[in-house]
Design a protein around this ligand. Structure first.
Ligand code: CMC
Length: 428
């Protein structure tokens, strides 16, 4: 293949270099397009064909259903690693040695206390507030309590800000839930692991010692790993673009949380469970909902199905589906919505509408069923996604800042009114 692409506009021809990734992905580098063509730009709604950066964090092949963090396959990571190891690999590039992991964990624990005044902010939210809104606000509020911006030139400064947010974020996650449930705001324990502490902080009751259930701990580890990163998705692109203005890490993360909240992105895990519940309450007629999903006059979509980049099975969904069976069995939970989910999946996989459009179950289709079996309230599902995605966001923010990427500032094609005279208010 040639290493340039040719573009013909009218009678003029232009040449642009091709960029090739380590997995042979190819892009046309149009950096000079506007200059050499005297003002022509590209337009690509939803950035379906646009690469925003070069990245060494995550590789995914949507056609083949492949997902790797830093070169390690998601299947192996989910089976063999724990969340903190994966977080380290995402953020620093390689799986940690035992010493590196221990140090990372110790440093995170030493930074896991949040300023007590944050409790006043938590208190000011009504109990009805959605936890994602609260989490985004609290993450942004951290900026006020940690006002010195990170010196990205300093490895030490960068490391400190990473362990700070890795330590404080699970506390905020737990507090968003405890506030809703009227429980006192608590902390983890120095003797517990990262994921164990998440569970302790979320579920500990004031009048009893919390004992970690290993089945729940392993399931959460796996879910967090599977959500760890997913290259340039909506929330990650948000984190990178906010960070590209040199806004701080916490402010960039807060924006990412808001982006994740939407039902077409991370909010789908809550939407899936609500959909499955609605189907159950409506008599379990999956065919009726399949018909609604296919009806172009009906806004209903089969939540947890389809993906911008996977045109094959989402590899994360395969792992989660198997885990859902195991976790429910191990916990002795018999959840009828698992049967509804399986039924919908079977119908969709055999339905020409879904087959032609290559719509397969995505990561969110089965995750809510596991979260529910673990005792996590539905409104917290997307918060759990955020907790898993945190290392990915950090890794991508760090890569963007260290790569000295320019500020993200797309262009547009203006389609509004041409210049017109101002009309005085009494004459309009
Ligand atoms: N149910 C019914 N039809 C669908 C669905 C669905 N879930 N998803 C896509 N389609 C149809 C869509 O109507 C369109 O049909 P047509 O070509 O006839 O107009 C075609 O499939 C292509 O869809 P699209 O909306 O152009 O695809 P997209 O890449 O812009 O959107 C998506 C991807 C994930 C937003 C979409 O599939 C969707 O809304 N899915 C449901 C929400 C969901 O589960 N989101 C979680 C994604 S995974 C977690 C994460 O990483 O965010």
């Amino acid at each position: 293949m040639s290493d340039t692409a040719k573009l013909q506009i009218g009678d003029k021809s232009y040449e642009f270099p091709l960029v090739r990734g380590t997995e042979n992905e190819v892009a046309i580098n149009i950096k000079t397009l506007r200059t050499v063509t005297n003002g022509v730009i590209t337009i690509d709604p939803g950035f379906k064909n646009t690469g925003s950066c070069e990245s060494a964090v995550t590789f995914l092949d949507g056609e083949k259903g492949v997902l790797r963090y830093r070169g390690y396959s998601i299947e192996e990571l989910a089976e063999k690693a724990d969340f903190l190891e994966v977080a380290y690999a995402l953020i620093f590039g390689d799986l940690p040695t035992k010493e590196q992991l221990d140090k990372f964990h110790t440093d995170i624990k030493s930074k896991s206390v949040v300023d007590d005044d944050i409790k006043k902010i938590v208190d000011a939210f009504p109990k009805t507030a959605h936890p994602m809104g609260v989490l985004s606000s609290l993450t942004s509020a951290l900026t006020a309590f940690n006002p010195t911006s990170v010196n990205v030139e300093s490895t030490e400064d960068m490391y400190n800000s990473v362990v700070k947010i890795m330590g404080k974020f699970p506390v905020l996650v737990a507090w968003t839930m405890r506030k809703k449930q009227g429980l006192p705001l608590n902390y983890g324990s120095k003797s517990l692991g990262y994921v164990e502490n998440v569970l302790k902080m979320m579920f500990e009751q004031p009048n009893e010692d919390y004992v970690v259930n290993p089945i729940i701990k392993n399931a959460l580890d796996k879910l967090l790993i599977l959500h760890g990163d997913h290259e340039q998705n909506c929330s990650t692109s948000t984190v990178r673009i906010v960070g590209s203005s040199h806004a701080g890490l916490f402010a960039s993360l807060s924006a990412g949380i808001s982006a994740l909240w939407g039902p077409l992105h991370g909010g789908a895990n809550q939407a899936v469970l609500e959909m499955l519940e609605a189907i159950k309450a409506d008599g379990g007629d999956t065919k009726k909902y399949m018909a609604k999903a296919k009806d172009k006059n009906d806004p209903f979509r089969l939540m947890g199905f389809g993906h911008r980049v996977y045109k094959n099975f989402d590899p994360r969904a395969k792992i989660i589906k198997a885990a859902a069976d195991d976790v429910l069995n191990d916990l002795g939970v018999n959840d009828p919505i698992l049967d509804i989910a399986r039924g919908l999946e079977q119908e969709a996989l055999n339905d020409p509408y879904f087959v032609e459009r290559k719509l397969y179950p995505n990561v969110d289709f089965y995750s809510g069923i596991i979260y529910r079996a673990m005792g996590i309230p539905v409104e917290m599902f997307t918060v759990m996604f955020a907790l898993g995605r945190l290392p990915g966001w950090i890794a991508q923010w760090k890569e963007m800042r260290l790569g000295k990427e320019p500020i993200g500032r797309p262009r547009q094609i203006y389609i509004g009114e041409n210049e017109r005279p101002f009309v005085e208010i009494e004459n309009r």
